[in-house]
Design a protein around this ligand. Structure first.
Ligand SMILES: *[C@@H]1O[C@H](CO)[C@@H](O)[C@H](O)[C@H]1NC(C)=O
Ligand SMILES: *[C@@H]1O[C@H](CO)[C@@H](O)[C@H](O)[C@H]1NC(C)=O
Ligand SMILES: *[C@@H]1O[C@H](CO)[C@@H](O)[C@H](O)[C@H]1NC(C)=O
Ligand SMILES: *[C@@H]1O[C@H](CO)[C@@H](O)[C@H](O)[C@H]1NC(C)=O
Ligand SMILES: *[C@@H]1O[C@H](CO)[C@@H](O)[C@H](O)[C@H]1NC(C)=O
Ligand SMILES: *[C@@H]1O[C@H](CO)[C@@H](O)[C@H](O)[C@H]1NC(C)=O
Ligand SMILES: *[C@@H]1O[C@H](CO)[C@@H](O)[C@H](O)[C@H]1NC(C)=O
Length: 869
């Protein structure tokens, strides 16, 4: 896809719609000119591939040559004339697929607090860390399991190994014993990586992750496996994204080092296992090294929004559960009211530094219910120089509020919360404000009342930032122990069940950059994933190295505790879908000590058209005496991708339709007697409730509980009660009028036929959005009254618009769209001659054969004239 002029695209949209949606820029995660080729098979050598290119006079700059056991392929930049050569390369018999290099994010953490005081040291003998007590890690520590001898590779932003909690150094003999910086600090995804030997962290994310796995000898943070050895492969600079070929390289390095577990809190919406990094990760798992990948933080988007690479075959995808307690880490300062004695208050820092500042507070309004305070600037003539602006949170972004302060000549912003949830770090990245922080709603109300009474409130900050850490913090009675609202809803686009398990990831205190105080509280599946890697390390320490990832996944899932549905406010009486929780809350103690096991992590029943009649698994007696086991059904809620009230786009969360019209699930046999060390086969037949509305794409699920010898484990199952192939892919929404042929920039329109002249910036647009994921989006060009020599997926065309077809697309989001402009250039790099054409947009149905035209939804534009002079 091409966005030659996205400003034009936005202007065009505003002319067709009252509510201007954001452009869903399908190109933002694609690295222009860079491609990954997957070879036809593992015997193809990179030499033979590149010499075939030379034979065809195609010049490339090689980016990465991969280890063929992990990924048989290579990546490169095309030197010039990008599009002409793509089809030629794709046509080579040596080549299976060619895809653009894609960029991925770290599973972006939410909220940020920093810290810096020390007192007692946490130890494994008396582990009171709340995430450990809620998962049984404390009991394993008590038994002496600490990860000693286990080697975990972390792929992330680097590690600040200078922190004593993380060993105080880097290299052999240190906790962080090996690793590599594959990219350099200035890398943001598009630059040429500048590798070096020092994987020190400058972003903080990787340091937080490392503390969750292995922090030790610290007053505030204790890792799950504090004696484990870490390797760190740094794949991010201080900001930005990472290209998938760099990720394949990092995973391969970790695999070849021979580590016991690989963990990566990285991903992005897509959920197609065919993506190269996803394939490489799945290959490493198949070769025997377990890989933990974040399930993603896109919970608000709704069902069927799996992340890459966590959607890969047998990859351990990890969802997030909120900490039972909410630790806090606030900086302390003083305030005075007129000439009163100083009173201490706590604030969370968002950006900059308040050190040495002593200035009076200013507010725009004394109304502490004003929702949009500071969103539209401040009154004419407001001068905020020498003042700290106190602004209520809400309606617009923190950055917008900061801009209002800057526009009025100010440089300091103190937000007060609009909900009674303490104070957390306001997201002010990208703002040029000198310093910005947040206080609680209560503190804000006190100050506003003082100001309303005509008093002067002065905030005075110390020269050294001083932290007040509270850990474990108050009990979270709203969402503690329940799925975090941001955790991504699965399954994958092909009905693979993810996540495998969920772990504490919401409100997690861990280590952070020493330059930023050394501690932070972050939330995300980024935090749940390393927790699970630490638990797997304890398991391998207890059972012995080299256990298959399949056994590990089955154990993690079956021993987890299924959790009730919570929408961020209320906990309901029924279990939430396995599409959100997988097996449930990780139970590290049961994972290691259970006397019962199963051989599958979950049972996928697929959709109605591919319904699995009898899914099979084995029950294994891992105990020491013969046992009789009883199998029973424990249902979980049905969730629906669409809401009956408006099926334009999938429903978002909270607000996903959910009900308890449970399936009938019958295991055969219902009781089993098994000798120690032996296993017996069970089959499961599931019939979803007949009244489920297939049009809304219901996902049903539940567990088969296996009890015996005073113990129980539960294996999750799930499927879609609809024919997925019948789901309408293209969103048709009258309020924003797409699909839509946009002739806003025509040079003229006569009798309904518009003429465009690209040489004068006059270009047609085709605007569309997809309500469901599509393996291939095609925008083909058909000549009217002239030859159409190129047959593409069953249609005679002149070729595809440049950048199309686009493979492995996630579904679009509400309020966004694809605006595809066309300058007359085709996918093979040639330019059409002047004439009359039509756009034919085709979106592959679920489970489509991409070569067959009838497996696509087709939308044809009106005819238009291209003047190529
Ligand atoms: C690719 O192969 C097809 C079928 O063999 C052929 O018709 C087409 O011209 C080839 N395209 C290129 C660019 O080589
Ligand atoms: C607040 O003021 C009191 C009294 O001057 C002083 O003892 C205390 O250290 C101050 N605290 C901070 C955080 O500035
Ligand atoms: C605050 O003042 C102290 C002492 O004068 C100085 O060392 C420190 O660098 C200052 N901090 C900032 C952020 O200006
Ligand atoms: C530190 O935090 C605790 C818990 O939030 C609070 O009770 C206490 O007042 C705080 N201390 C300071 C000096 O802000
Ligand atoms: C569901 O069926 C489709 C079509 O056969 C297949 O491609 C997909 O892999 C199946 N999914 C699972 C989880 O078995
Ligand atoms: C399985 O059954 C046991 C024994 O009744 C019970 O304690 C356990 O909670 C059940 N598991 C689930 C997931 O309901
Ligand atoms: C689903 O699609 C098939 C053809 O692919 C059609 O025969 C069937 O009627 C459709 N079913 C529903 C429920 O729309």
């Amino acid at each position: 896809m091409r966005f030659s002029n996205s400003v034009v695209a936005l202007a065009a949209a505003s002319s067709v719609s009252a509510a201007v949606p954001d452009v869903n820029d399908g190109n933002k995660n694609i690295l222009k000119g860079a491609y990954i080729v997957q070879f036809a098979d593992a015997t193809v050598s990179t030499d033979s591939f590149y010499s075939s290119l030379s034979d065809k006079k195609i010049s490339t700059n090689v980016r990465k040559n991969f280890d063929s056991k992990v990924f048989a392929g290579t990546s490169f930049h095309l030197e010039d004339n990008v599009q002409t050569t793509l089809d030629t390369i794709g046509n080579l018999t040596l080549v299976k697929t060619i895809t653009p290099v894609r960029l991925f994010d770290r599973a972006a953490p939410l909220g940020l607090d920093m810290a810096g005081l020390k007192k007692r040291v946490l130890s494994t003998e008396n582990d009171v860390f709340s995430t450990h007590t809620m998962t049984g890690v404390d009991k394993l520590h008590e038994e002496g399991l600490d990860g000693e001898g286990m080697v975990i590779a972390e792929i992330d932003t680097g590690i600040d190994y200078t922190l004593s909690a993380l060993g105080g150094g880097f290299g052999p003999g240190f906790k962080v014993a090996f690793g590599y910086d594959l990219v350099g600090d200035d890398y943001t995804g598009s630059e040429t990586p500048v590798p070096d030997d020092d994987p020190i962290d400058c972003a903080g994310h990787g340091t937080h992750v490392a503390g969750i796995i292995a922090a030790s000898d610290d007053p505030y943070v204790l890792g799950v496996a504090p004696a484990a050895t870490l390797g760190i492969y740094k794949v991010f600079g201080c900001e930005g994204q990472v290209a998938n070929d760099v990720l394949i390289d990092a995973f391969t390095m970790a695999y070849n080092y021979g580590v016991d577990v690989i963990t990566a809190s990285i991903g992005g919406a897509s959920g197609w296992p065919e993506e190269p990094w996803s394939l490489a990760t799945a290959n490493i798992v198949a070769l025997g090294t377990p890989c933990m990948l974040a399930a993603g933080n896109d919970g608000d988007v709704g069902l069927y929004y799996a992340s890459t690479a966590s959607a890969g075959q047998d990859v351990t995808s990890v969802g997030s559960i909120d900490n039972s307690n909410t630790p806090t880490a606030l900086f302390i300062a003083n305030y005075t009211v007129d000439a009163s004695a100083p009173t201490e208050f706590g604030y969370a820092l968002g950006i900059g530094d308040f050190a040495n500042v002593s200035l009076p507070l200013w507010v725009d309004t004394y109304d502490t219910t004003e929702a949009a305070d500071g969103c539209d600037g401040f009154p004419e003539g407001t001068d905020l120089s020498g003042k700290i602006a106190l602004v209520r949170r809400g309606t617009c972004t923190f950055v917008t509020k900061a801009q209002s302060v800057l526009d009025a000549g100010g440089e300091y912003l103190m937000i007060y919360n609009n909900v009674a949830a303490g104070a957390s770090s306001p997201g002010l990245d990208g703002s040029s404000i000198t310093a910005g922080g947040e206080v609680t709603a209560d503190q804000g109300a006190i100050w506003v009342a003082d100001l309303a009474a005509g008093e002067t409130v002065t905030l005075t900050f110390l020269s050294q930032n001083t932290l007040n850490i509270t850990s474990p913090g108050s009990l979270n009675t709203i969402t503690g122990g329940k799925l975090s609202t941001y955790t991504t809803w699965n399954p994958s686009n092909e009905n693979t069940i993810k996540p495998v398990v969920s772990a504490p990831g919401g409100n997690i205190l861990s280590t952070y950059l020493s330059s930023a105080g050394g501690y932070a509280i972050l939330s995300g599946t980024s935090m749940a994933t390393p927790f699970t890697a630490g638990v797997v390390a304890l398991y391998l320490q207890s059972k012995g190295k080299g256990i298959s990832p399949l056994t590990i996944n089955a154990g993690l899932s079956a021993t987890a505790t299924p959790v009730q549905y919570n929408d961020g406010v209320t906990t309901y009486s029924y279990l939430t879908s396995i599409a959100q929780q997988g097996g449930g809350l990780i139970n590290a103690y049961k994972f290691i000590h259970s006397g019962i096991a199963v051989t599958e992590a979950n049972l996928a029943f697929n959709d109605t058209a591919h319904h699995v009649a009898n899914a099979a698994f084995y029950v294994v007696n891992t105990g020491t005496v013969e046992q009789t086991y009883t199998l029973s059904h424990v249902p979980a809620a049905n969730v629906y991708a669409f809401d009956e009230a408006d099926t334009t786009m999938p429903a978002t969360f909270p607000g996903l339709p959910i009900d308890t019209k449970y399936s009938v699930a019958i295991p055969t046999p219902k009781t089993l007697t098994i000798k120690p060390g032996a296993k017996k086969r069970v089959t499961l037949a599931v019939t979803p409730d007949a009244s489920l509305n297939a049009d809304l794409v219901p996902f049903y699920s539940g567990y088969i509980n296996i009890t015996g010898g005073g113990e129980s484990i539960a294996i999750p199952y799930g499927g879609a009660a609809t024919i997925m192939h019948n789901i309408t892919i293209l969103a048709q929404d009258n309020s924003v009028t797409y699909p839509y042929f946009d002739n806003e920039y025509a040079t003229s329109t006569t009798d309904g036929v518009s003429t465009f002249k690209p040489s004068e910036d006059s270009i047609p647009y085709f605007i569309w959005n997809n309500r469901w994921a599509t393996a291939s989006a095609r925008l083909d060009i058909v000549a009217v009254g002239a030859a159409n020599p190129v047959v593409a997926a069953g249609l005679a065309t002149v070729g595809s618009a440049e950048g199309y077809p686009q493979l492995w697309n996630p579904r679009g989001e509400t309020g966004s769209y694809y605006a595809s402009s066309w300058t007359g250039t085709l996918d093979d790099g040639t330019t059409v001659s002047s004439g009359t054409y039509k756009f034919v947009l085709r979106l592959a149905k679920v489970f489509a054969d991409l070569n067959k035209g009838r497996e696509y939804e087709t939308y044809t534009s009106e005819a238009f004239v291209m003047d190529m002079s």
